[in-house]
Design a protein around this ligand. Structure first.
Ligand SMILES: *[C@@H]1O[C@H](CO)[C@@H](O)[C@H](O)[C@H]1NC(C)=O
Ligand SMILES: *[C@@H]1O[C@H](CO)[C@@H](O)[C@H](O)[C@H]1NC(C)=O
Ligand SMILES: *[C@@H]1O[C@H](CO)[C@@H](O)[C@H](O)[C@H]1NC(C)=O
Ligand SMILES: *[C@@H]1O[C@H](CO)[C@@H](O)[C@H](O)[C@H]1NC(C)=O
Ligand SMILES: *[C@@H]1O[C@H](CO)[C@@H](O)[C@H](O)[C@H]1NC(C)=O
Ligand SMILES: *[C@@H]1O[C@H](CO)[C@@H](O)[C@H](O)[C@H]1NC(C)=O
Ligand SMILES: *[C@@H]1O[C@H](CO)[C@@H](O)[C@H](O)[C@H]1NC(C)=O
Ligand SMILES: *[C@@H]1O[C@H](CO)[C@@H](O)[C@H](O)[C@H]1NC(C)=O
Ligand SMILES: *[C@@H]1O[C@H](CO)[C@@H](O)[C@H](O)[C@H]1NC(C)=O
Length: 757
C-alpha cells in the first residue's frame, strides 16, 4: 500500500493551525499599508496613482514593489518594501498604519434533503432556487469543467454584474467570475509551487471546487464517491451564480496571504457579489489586524452577507476563528448518513460482521491474512513502535482501539479496529483500508483470530446507510465558543452540515490510494467547518432572493431564531466528543433549518453603526475602529457591548454570580399586525430570566418593539462541565399569539478565558 497523498490534503482541511509565517527575507517583505485618503494631495486623480507615486519616491538599493491597491476593504495598498523604505513610508503624510503580511489556512448529496429542501414546497421553489443571487467564494480556485458547474437552463447573467474571468474557458452562466490573487503569496514565500499549483483561478487542490459546488452547484445525476453516497448531487442554491476569487495557494501547505485575501474581497465587492463565503482563517487577532474581519465589514456596509467557517480547532472552548459579530460564523455537524463495510472471517460459523468505514472503494478484498497487532507484549495492541513490518507486510491488522499512527508506516494492507469510537472516523484514517467494529462485534473477530491458525478475512467495502440516528451531532473538530476577543457575543452562530459532505472535486487529484495506484474522482467526501459555511451561504442566498430587502443581520437572525436544537431522535443536539447534550457554545442557536428561516415572523436587525458602538465598548481606539470602518469620524458616544443580537451570553470572570440586562428590538417581517408572548425555559438551578414586557405588539410589516431581558446567573450549585456551563443554558422564545411563529434565542453563561480579550 502506497503512502497516501490524500492524507496531506485532508489534514489541512481539518486543522486550523494558523500562524504568521516569517518571510524568507526579513529585510524585503510584503506589508499592508493603510492611508488616510483625506490627505491625498490634490494633483492625484485617484488613490492608486497617489500610492504608486509614494512608492516610487522611496529610495533604497532595491525598488519597492506595489502589489495591490484596495478601494473597498480599506483605503490603502500592499507592497514589498525594505526596512528602510518602510521607515520612510511611515513618515509620509497620510500614513495611518502598516502590518506585515501574514498567512491564513483552509478550514477544512444528500444534504439538501437532510436540510428539508424540497423541489415543490418551501424555500427552494419560493426563492426560485436562488434566482439571480451572486455568491463570491474565496478559496483554492475552481475546476470549471466539473459537471456541477454546467449552465443548462440558466438565464442570462444579471446585467448589474461587473466581474469577469481572467482565464479563457472559465465562465458560463453558472460560473460568472474567476480571478486569482497571488502577488502577496509570491513575496511572502520564496516559492509558489509551479508543479503543484496553478497560478490562475484553476483549482489544483479541490477544496474550492467542493465549497463552490456545495453552495451553488447545478443538479448532477449519479454523482458518487467510489459508490458511497450515490445519488443526485446539487448545491444548496442550484440556480445561484458563482464567482471564484482564488487566494489560497500551495507553498508548504495551502495558505492564503492577508494581502491576497484583502484583494480578493476588494474585487468581490467591486464586482457586485450579493454574498460571500470564506472557508479559511487567519490567526485570531484583534479585528483591525484580521483581513477577513476588515473585508467583511466593508462588505456588510454594502449589504453583502458574509459567512465563514468557525475553524476546526475543537472540541475545546475558546477555539473560534472568524468570530467578528458582523460575520456569520458556522460550525460543523454530522448528517444522517453513514458508511459501512462487511468483514467476513474465513470460517462460516462466524458469519459476516458489519462495521463502519469510509474507505473509498467499492471493493471486495478476499481471504487476506489477518494479524493480531498485540505487539511485543510490553506494548498495547498496535501501539507506537510495537509492530514489526516483517510480521504485517501485506496483511490486515486487528487492533484493540483506534491506533492509526503505527499502521501508516507498517506496510500493512489494511486494518480492523475494535472500538466504540467508530462514530467519528477521523480523516487521516482514509489513507489505509480500514473498518471499525463496535467492541462487542470486535471481540467476535478477535476470538476467531486467536483460535485459528493462519486466520484470514474477506472485506466488502462501499455500503451507504441513511436515516442514521442521532443526527445532527456537533463534529468533534468544530471550533467552540466563546470567541476569545469578543466573548460578549455568542459564537458560533449556527451549525450546518460539515461531516462527509459529497461535492465536486478537481478530477486530476489523486483522491484515494488503491494498492500501488490512485483513483481519481469527480466527486469527493470531505469534512470540516469549510464544508459548513458554503451550506449557510447557499441558504442565505435563497433567503435574500426571497426577501431582497433583508439586511445581512436580518438574514442571520432568521436562520438563528428558527434553527433546530433537537436532533432526528427528538433530543437536544449531542456533542460527538462528550456524547452528552451539546450547548450553545457548541452549536450556537442550533442547526440551520432553511424552510423555517424563510418565514421567521420577527428579526433582530443590526446597523453598521451598532457594530462600531460595540467596538467602542471593547475599548478599540478610534484609529483601530477607523481601520475597520474606513470612517474618518468615529463617535463612541453610544458605546455598548449590547448588540441587538439574536442570542444572549454572560461572562463570569472569577465569580460565581453575574447578572446583566440586555436591551433588544424586534422587527416584524410578517405581513400583518401581530402580538408575541415571551416564554423562557431555563434549568432548575443557576439561571433566572425576566423579560419586560412579556408581551409585545406589532402594527404591521417592519414595525418594531423593544424589550429587555434581565438574567441572573449563579453557578455555585451548577458546577462547570467541559466548555461553559452545561446546566446553565436557557432559551427565550417569543410565541406568536394566535399564530405559528416562534422566535427562539439561546441564553448561555461562560467562564472568561484566561487570555485577554
Ligand atoms: C524554492 O525552489 C527551489 C527550486 O525548486 C528550491 O531549490 C528551493 O529549496 C525552494 N525554496 C524553498 C524555501 O522552498
Ligand atoms: C518492543 O518494545 C520495546 C519497548 O518499547 C522496544 O524497545 C522494542 O524495540 C520493541 N521490539 C519490537 C520488535 O518492536
Ligand atoms: C500456515 O501458513 C504457513 C506458511 O504459509 C504454512 O506453511 C502452513 O501450512 C499454514 N497452516 C495452515 C493450517 O494452513
Ligand atoms: C433516541 O432517544 C431515546 C429516548 O431518549 C434513547 O433511549 C435512544 O438511545 C436514542 N437513540 C439513539 C440512537 O441515540
Ligand atoms: C474598557 O475600559 C473601561 C475603562 O478602563 C473598563 O471599565 C472596561 O471594563 C473595559 N471594557 C472591556 C470590554 O475590556
Ligand atoms: C447615540 O444615541 C442617540 C440616542 O439614541 C442618538 O440620537 C445619536 O445619534 C447616537 N449617536 C451615535 C453616534 O450613534
Ligand atoms: C464558587 O462556588 C464553589 C462551589 O461550587 C465554591 O467552592 C467557591 O468557593 C465559590 N467561589 C466564590 C468566588 O465564591
Ligand atoms: C386570539 O384569539 C382569541 C380567540 O379567537 C381572541 O379573543 C384574541 O383577541 C386573539 N388575540 C390576538 C392578539 O389576536
Ligand atoms: C477578567 O478580569 C481580568 C482581571 O480583572 C481582566 O484583565 C480581564 O480582561 C477580564 N476578562 C473579561 C473577559 O472580562
Amino acid at each position: 500500500m502506497t503512502q497516501s497523498t490524500n492524507l496531506r490534503f485532508v489534514f489541512f482541511l481539518f486543522t486550523s493551525i494558523i500562524m504568521p509565517i516569517t518571510s524568507f527575507s526579513d529585510d524585503y517583505q510584503a506589508y499592508i499599508v493603510l492611508m488616510d485618503k483625506s490627505m491625498m494631495p490634490s494633483p492625484f486623480s485617484n488613490q492608486h496613482n497617489w500610492y504608486t507615486s509614494v512608492l516610487s519616491s522611496l529610495s533604497d538599493e532595491v525598488p519597492s514593489m506595489h502589489l495591490y491597491t484596495y478601494n473597498h476593504v480599506m483605503d490603502g495598498f500592499s507592497a514589498v518594501l525594505t526596512k528602510s523604505q518602510l521607515k520612510q513610508l511611515q513618515k509620509m503624510p497620510g500614513h495611518l498604519a502598516t502590518f506585515e503580511d501574514t498567512l491564513g489556512q483552509l478550514h477544512t448529496t444528500h444534504t439538501p434533503r437532510f436540510l428539508g429542501l424540497k423541489k415543490h414546497a418551501g424555500l427552494w421553489p419560493v426563492s426560485k432556487f436562488g434566482g439571480d443571487m451572486i455568491i463570491g467564494i474565496l478559496d483554492t480556485g475552481i475546476w470549471p469543467e466539473s459537471e456541477s458547474f454546467h449552465d443548462k437552463g440558466m438565464s442570462e447573467v444579471p446585467s448589474r454584474w461587473r466581474g469577469s474571468c481572467e482565464a479563457k474557458g472559465f465562465c458560463n452562466k453558472k460560473v460568472i467570475g474567476a480571478r486569482s490573487f497571488s502577488e502577496g503569496m509570491k513575496h511572502l514565500k520564496e516559492n509558489i509551487s509551479i508543479t503543484d499549483d496553478y497560478d490562475s483561478p484553476r483549482d489544483f487542490e479541490g477544496h474550492g471546487t467542493h465549497t463552490s459546488s456545495t453552495a451553488a452547484g447545478s443538479r448532477v445525476q449519479h454523482a458518487d464517491y467510489f459508490e458511497y453516497a450515490k445519488g443526485t448531487a446539487t448545491g444548496i442554491a442550484p440556480k445561484a451564480r458563482l464567482a471564484m476569487y482564488k487566494v489560497v495557494f500551495l507553498d508548504n501547505s495551502y495558505d492564503a496571504a492577508a494581502s491576497d485575501t484583502l484583494a480578493g474581497m476588494d474585487q468581490a465587492i467591486e464586482d457586485g457579489v450579493d454574498l460571500m463565503s470564506l472557508s479559511l482563517g487567519f490567526i485570531e487577532t484583534r479585528f483591525h489586524l484580521n483581513p477577513i474581519a476588515i473585508g467583511a465589514f466593508a462588505a456588510l456596509e454594502k449589504g453583502i452577507f458574509v459567512s465563514c467557517s468557525a475553524g476546526n480547532a475543537g472540541p475545546h472552548e475558546y477555539t473560534i476563528t472568524n468570530g467578528a459579530p458582523w460575520i456569520t460564523t458556522v460550525g460543523a455537524g454530522t448528517i444522517d448518513r453513514d458508511f459501512a463495510a462487511y468483514v467476513t472471517p474465513d470460517d462460516p460459523k462466524y458469519g459476516a460482521l458489519i462495521g463502519k468505514s469510509v474507505f473509498p472503494e467499492n471493493l471486495l478484498v478476499e481471504r487476506v491474512p489477518i494479524y493480531y497487532g498485540y505487539g511485543n507484549k510490553s506494548k498495547e495492541s498496535c501501539d507506537d513502535y510495537s509492530l514489526d513490518p516483517k510480521d504485517v507486510q501485506g496483511k490486515y491488522i486487528f487492533c484493540d482501539g483506534m491506533a492509526v499512527s503505527e499502521l501508516e508506516n507498517s506496510g500493512a494492507a489494511g486494518a480492523i479496529f475494535s472500538s466504540d469510537d467508530g462514530n467519528f472516523l477521523r480523516p487521516y484514517e482514509f489513507n489505509l483500508p480500514f473498518v471499525v467494529l463496535d467492541m462487542k462485534v470486535g471481540h467476535r473477530l478477535k476470538k476467531y483470530i486467536i483460535n485459528t491458525k493462519n486466520a484470514s478475512i474477506s472485506v466488502k467495502y462501499g455500503e451507504t446507510l441513511l436515516g442514521v440516528k442521532p443526527a445532527p451531532q456537533v463534529a468533534y473538530f468544530s471550533s467552540r465558543g466563546p470567541d476569545t476577543r469578543s466573548p460578549w457575543i455568542l459564537k458560533p452562530d449556527l451549525l450546518a452540515p460539515g461531516v462527509d459532505i459529497l461535492a465536486a472535486w478537481a478530477p486530476n487529484r489523486k483522491s484515494a490510494p488503491i494498492g500501488d495506484d490512485y483513483l481519481l474522482s469527480d466527486y469527493k467526501l470531505v469534512s470540516g467547518t469549510s464544508m459548513a459555511s458554503p451550506h449557510v451561504v447557499g441558504i442565505a442566498s435563497l433567503l435574500k432572493s426571497t426577501h431582497p430587502d433583508w439586511s445581512p443581520a436580518a438574514i442571520r437572525s432568521a436562520m438563528m431564531t428558527t434553527a433546530d436544537i433537537l436532533d432526528n431522535n427528538r433530543s437536544i443536539i449531542m456533542d460527538m466528543t462528550t456524547r452528552e447534550q451539546g450547548t450553545p457554545l457548541d452549536y450556537g442557536a442550533g442547526h440551520v433549518n432553511p424552510n423555517k428561516a424563510m418565514d421567521p415572523g420577527l428579526v433582530y436587525d443590526i446597523q453598521p453603526q451598532d457594530y462600531i458602538n460595540y467596538l467602542c465598548a471593547l475599548n478599540y481606539t478610534k484609529n483601530e475602529i477607523r481601520i475597520i470602518s474606513r470612517k474618518s469620524e468615529i463617535d463612541c458616544a453610544n458605546a455598548s457591548l449590547d448588540l441587538n443580537y439574536p442570542s444572549f451570553i454572560l461572562v463570569l470572570n472569577n465569580t460565581n454570580t453575574t447578572s446583566n440586562t440586555f436591551q433588544r428590538v424586534l422587527t416584524n417581517v410578517g405581513t400583518s399586525s401581530s402580538s408575541y408572548r415571551a416564554e423562557v425555559s431555563t434549568p432548575a438551578t443557576g439561571m433566572n430570566v425576566v423579560v419586560k414586557p412579556s408581551t409585545i405588539f406589532f402594527e404591521g410589516k417592519y414595525s418594531t418593539a423593544k424589550f429587555e431581558v434581565i438574567v441572573d446567573v449563579d453557578i455555585t450549585h451548577a458546577p462547570p462541565t467541559y466548555a461553559g456551563y452545561f446546566g446553565n443554558c436557557g432559551y427565550l422564545s417569543w410565541h406568536e399569539v394566535n399564530g405559528t411563529h416562534v422566535v427562539r434565542s439561546p441564553i448561555v453563561s461562560a467562564i472568561a478565558s484566561a487570555r485577554p480579550p
